[in-house]
Ligand binder design. Structure first.
Ligand code: AMP
Length: 115
């Protein structure tokens, strides 16, 4: 069992979040420190700490999350102009909250490479 995180508290509604989508497997909410006009986090309800902890049994869940990102981009009006999907994986990847999440960023032209 992984350690609880702030995202676990959001899933259990112990702290507030601006939730934009929820289903039985996942939750999507706006990032509290947005790095783009649209910045949404998609998290699994299953507490997988980081991508390296995902396994073959999570295959369907990970695919579900990615398709959710695609749908959210359409719903939030950024699909046509384009957007970026980011997973910060582990400390050197810049991960700060150890509950797996996908960042959906859009609404402006994004630079490459990231820092
Ligand atoms: P990462 O650095 O990839 O682990 O991303 C963690 C993200 O969670 C950051 O972009 C934070 O701004 C965001 N974050 C942290 N706490 C909250 C919160 N309570 N509600 C929404 N987003 C949060």
């Amino acid at each position: 069992m992984s350690a609880d995180t702030i995202f676990g508290k959001i899933i259990r509604r112990e702290i507030p979040a601006d939730i934009v989508y929820e289903d039985e497997l996942c939750l999507a909410f706006r990032d509290i420190t947005p790095q783009a006009p649209t910045h949404v986090l998609v998290i699994p309800k299953k507490p997988i700490p980081k991508l390296a902890d995902a396994s073959a049994e999570d295959k369907e869940l990970l695919g579900h999350m990615l398709l959710m990102v695609k749908s959210l981009a359409e719903q939030l009006g950024i699909a046509e102009d384009g957007y970026r999907v980011v997973i910060n994986a582990g400390t050197d990847g810049g991960q700060t909250v150890f509950h797996l999440h996908m960042h959906l960023l859009g609404g402006r032209s994004l630079q490459w490479p990231p820092g």
